[in-house]
Design a protein around this ligand. Sequence first.
Ligand code: SF4
Length: 102
Amino acid sequence: MATRARRLRPDWSWQHRAVCKGEDLVLFFGPDGERQPERDVRERKAKAICGGCPVRRECLDYALSRNEKYGFWAGLNEDERASERRRRMKAANRGQARMGVA
Ligand code: SF4
């Protein structure tokens, strides 16, 4: 039973290799009342950090699987993640249609 439970537990080890470790969280989540020009600057900085991160794929998969509504994950803001989620859903639906699963 313990082995089965361990196997089902998500693997968080990728977070140890995140280059944002130790960065100011405000850079990724923004302050309340942030205006668009400041948001653009902040997101450019966050995007630059994510661009050099070796666990970007894992981070994006995590954020999408948790349906993270806020913040900057894997180099994507909320709107960009919503687009990626829709893209993946369409791809999955196309795959199911090809396999005859409805
Ligand atoms: S991709 Fe960006 S937000 Fe995700 S772990 Fe790496 S640096 Fe952090």
